[in-house]
Design a protein around this ligand. Structure first.
Ligand SMILES: Cc1ncc(COP(=O)(O)OP(=O)(O)O)c(N)n1
Ligand SMILES: Cc1ncsc1CCOP(=O)(O)O
Length: 516
């Protein structure tokens, strides 16, 4: 028997909701602009229409989707799908069971099923679903949720559970252009990935739907194809040190040009120095700690720096919330696990962070990173002690990066940075850094500033940040006016400022080695 199911590109799946249209706009005109922009699949979702007007609207909708050769799926209603010869039907767990839908609409139509857990996914796949709608990923005001949002981890668990089944998947719920990169890259593994995102409010409420969908489709395509190559950061296989230094030099002035906000929740000791380092690079610091500030700031933020140096329950809760809100808005979240394995309390708090938050970069000293990687890091208080071989350091950053699907930077006499695949050693820096308080925290701040303007290649952002700070420390230490830690501390901020305005000098100073 031949099967004539339409070929479907799931990358940017528009699920409609007419009540969200900008005032004064027309649904069919809006839809056409979305299709021109690059929406690849449309679901007509009408919760309150009677059958006859639903069929009428579906006919008009299909006339437009046909014009762009885009399949039209009907939400819930098999009869409406049949009446207009739509490409298929999407059903949820409380709707008509898949087998019955199949019976009515036949083998040549697409059936999508909503799933929220591994069991629902297995049942839908076994019953012959053509695609799965996994969600809700995050909170959404478009639909009253009866189940807890899955988060990116929950999406990944479902994807892994259907590995090898060859059933396309989209995620749905709270998805926008900003959080799509992290959703797609962090839910994927080397063997599974989402095929696309299903979006309601972000697209339906757009005032410039054509351009918005063009940009959105580009983001989705970029990240889906990156996941297909099982690489969760950009940068390809580049292993040319000079090319990397060129990229660093190009990145430094972008901070001053763009002036991103960098929200810190950091420890009491370093607030002032971290804010000044942020300003020296041309970014704008905000050091707010109140949980009620977090969501509003996430809307306008560039990057979130979380430093667990001063452990406190209220602040920890604010930090978890800040991480989640910033991920939702697509902003990088940089975590400094200060003293992560030094005390039982810190072990508990750092493991809570790693469980409940999705970090973009984890930056710590060797005691913290080796400790979190389970490679025996030693700390006295929040300071790292002891030594380690390079191979152990490289393995630790790589394994931790793979485990948490992020970039990991470990600072010390030599810094090591990895995205889980590549490992880079950075040899710049000066020993006076160890004689001022919070130099490691400052490194995390600087990673935040660079990540705020390089929002796709966080390996590059981290390498650029640490190299810039390290070279600034060398320049500061070599100044004739620097007599010791006190003058070094001020000179370090000045030298960061100078490098930010004249990054070309990084070229001859940078000492970067690819390890693999
Ligand atoms: C692509 C996609 N995924 C999930 C849903 C949700 O469907 P359902 O659970 O049936 O909820 P309603 O949309 O009917 O409110 C969807 N519509 N599309
Ligand atoms: C229909 C549906 N099913 C799960 S979440 C959701 C709504 C998603 O809407 P939005 O993209 O506006 O968050």
């Amino acid at each position: 028997m031949t099967c004539n199911k339409p070929q479907v590109d799931y990358s940017l799946y528009l699920v409609t909701e007419r009540s969200l249209l900008p005032k004064g706009t027309n649904f069919l005109e809006h839809l056409e602009l979305c299709l021109k922009g690059g929406v690849t699949l449309v679901q007509l979702r009408e919760k309150n229409l009677d059958t006859r007007p639903f069929i009428e609207l579906a006919k008009q909708t299909k006339a437009i989707t046909d014009k762009y050769s885009i399949p039209l799926i009907i939400n819930d209603r098999v009869d409406v799908a049949l009446a207009v010869d739509a490409a298929g039907v999407h059903v949820g767990q409380d709707d008509m069971p898949l087998q019955q839908v199949r019976h009515f609409i036949g083998d040549n139509k697409i059936i999508g099923v909503s799933v929220n857990n591994v069991q629902e996914a297995a049942e839908a796949v076994n019953a012959g679903a053509d695609y799965l709608g996994i969600g809700a990923v995050w909170f959404t005001s478009t639909k009253t949720l009866t189940k807890k949002p899955l988060g990116v981890e929950g999406v990944q668990t479902i994807l892994q559970s259907i590995e090898g089944k060859n059933v396309p998947t989209v995620a749905i719920g709270g998805i926008n252009m900003q959080n799509t990169p992290q959703l797609i890259s962090k839910s994927s593994t080397s063997t599974v990935h989402l095929d696309g995102v299903a979006v309601v409010s972000a697209i339906m409420s757009s005032t410039e739907p054509e351009q918005f969908c063009k940009d959105f489709a580009n983001v989705v395509i970029q990240y889906v194809s990156k996941s297909e190559k099982s690489s969760f950061v950009t940068g390809g296989d580049q292993k040319d040190e000079n090319a990397l230094i060129d990229d660093i030099i190009k990145l430094v002035p972008l901070i001053r040009q763009k002036g991103p906000l960098v929200h810190h929740i950091t420890n009491n000791v370093v607030i002032n120095d971290n804010a000044n380092a942020t300003l020296a690079l041309g970014a704008s610091p905000i050091m707010a700690t109140h949980p009620e500030d977090v969501a509003d700031l996430a809307v306008v933020n560039g990057a979130m720096v979380l430093n667990m140096g001063t452990v406190d329950e209220t602040i920890t809760n604010a930090m978890v919330l800040a991480a989640q809100e910033n991920v939702r808005h697509g902003h990088p979240v940089i975590f400094d696990p200060v003293g992560a394995v030094a005390t039982n309390l810190r072990k508990k708090v750092s493991s809570r962070f790693l469980k409940e938050c999705e970090f973009t970069v984890i930056k710590g000293n060797s005691g913290e990173i080796l400790g979190l990687a389970g490679k025996g890091g030693q700390s006295r208080g929040v300071d790292s002690i002891g030594s380690h071989e390079e191979s152990i350091a490289a393995q630790a950053v790589k394994e931790l990066a793979l485990r948490h699907k992020c970039v990991v930077g470990m600072t010390g006499a030599t810094d090591y940075v990895s995205d889980g695949q590549r490992v880079i050693a950075l040899e710049n820096g000066h020993e006076l850094m160890a004689s001022i308080t919070g130099s490691g925290c400052m490194a995390t701040t600087v990673v935040g500033c660079f990540s705020a303007v390089e929002k796709t290649d966080f390996l590059l952002a981290t390498v650029a940040a640490l190299t810039t700070l390290n070279i600034a420390s060398e320049n500061a230490a070599n100044r004739p006016d620097v007599q010791g830690p006190g003058t070094f501390r001020s000179a370090l901020i000045d030298e960061l400022f100078k490098l930010s305005n004249a990054p070309e000098s990084i070229r001859n100073a940078a000492k970067i080695r690819w390890l693999n």
